[in-house]
Design a protein around this ligand. Structure first.
Ligand code: ATP
Length: 297
């Protein structure tokens, strides 16, 4: 028997980062929006835990027990006193190490899939608990839609979205490590008073109205200067996307994927064609939001 779960990528329309805490983590005010770019995670009964991956980014995905999908299977099995004897296959369409929470998506997907395969019937609360143990972005991959994440980003409050937003995501020729971007943030803000991270009410209103122009005027990413410092060429990609008609462009999460908000679906298609032609990114994809969270197919 097999179970397949489809899980979306995310973009952070606001990522407010506080000063480093004593434990090294940062408090965040993180407005997540799930976007319609998906990985599919299929779990099948097997003799032992094993992970395989297919798709355009498969060669960048670890297949050992560091894979978040494997860790999710192990965590659920341990809590329910089972052996994690399962083959996890990831059909990967979310860029790897791109700031779009692809690994987190696979963790949430494998968790939901194993729960269905094994009939463990974990409560939503238990699933969210395991997600939070796996990583700060994993709970959002489970719930999807739009949400404000506080704490390390893992404490979620669902947000209302009043319309469809049209995005273009440009992938870069190499990845950026999330911890390295946070270290660069710490370096750039050393000696500077970093304000408490709070969600922007104007941004929440723009989301609730489904108003792309208002959203474009209010998006922000405190990690963007750090990502640009480590990857200066991204500034050119951002400029090209805006020149091609985007309402705004920003680094997605810790980057290096860049996200462009388009006024309508047709403009999104035009921007997605113009960006790779400009030579400032590797590829560009259109995706719409909000998208549902992890879903059993
Ligand atoms: P985030 O937006 O949450 O910071 P990201 O999109 O930048 O994450 P991921 O694609 O999640 O980055 O990958 C980050 C690293 O995690 C990869 O370089 C890889 O070594 C590791 N990893 C573990 N599990 C997975 C997985 N299932 N898919 C992709 N990468 C994984």
């Amino acid at each position: 028997m097999s179970v397949t779960v489809r899980v979306p990528a995310k973009v952070n329309v606001q990522l407010a980062v506080g000063a480093a805490r004593p434990d090294g983590f940062h408090d965040l005010a993180n407005v997540f929006l799930a976007v319609g770019l998906y990985d599919e995670v299929t779990v099948t009964e097997a003799d032992e835990l094993r992970v395989t991956c297919s798709g355009p980014y498969a060669d960048q995905v670890p297949l050992d027990r560091t894979n978040l999908a494997a860790r999710a299977a192990l965590a659920l099995a341990e809590r329910h006193g089972r052996t994690p004897a399962v083959h996890v296959h990831i059909a990967k369409d979310i860029p790897v190490a791109g700031g779009m929470a692809g690994g987190s998506a696979d963790g949430a997907g494998a968790l939901l899939a194993c729960d269905a395969l094994w009939g463990t019937h974990a409560s939503r609360e238990e699933l969210l608990d395991i997600c939070a143990e796996l990583g700060s972005d994993v709970p959002f991959s489970l719930v999807g839609g739009a949400a404000l994440g506080t704490g390390r980003g893992e404490k979620l409050t669902a947000l209302e979205v009043g319309g469809t937003f049209h995005w273009v995501f440009a992938t870069a020729g190499r990845g950026l490590s999330t911890p390295a971007v946070f270290r660069e943030f710490d370096r750039l803000t050393d000696g500077v008073r970093v304000p408490e991270p709070v969600a922007s009410q104007d941004l929440l209103d723009a989301l609730a109205k489904g108003d792309a122009t208002a959203l474009a005027a209010t998006v922000s990413n405190d990690l963007q200067p750090a990502a640009l410092s480590l990857f200066p060429e991204l500034a050119q990609t951002l400029a090209e996307g805006r020149a091609a008609g985007a309402l705004t462009g920003l680094v997605s999460g810790s980057g290096p994927t860049t996200a462009f908000l388009a006024p309508d679906p047709e403009s999104a298609e035009r921007i997605a064609q113009a960006l790779p032609a400009s030579g400032t990114c590797r590829s560009a994809r259109v995706a719409h939001s909000p998208a549902p969270g992890a879903t059993v197919l």
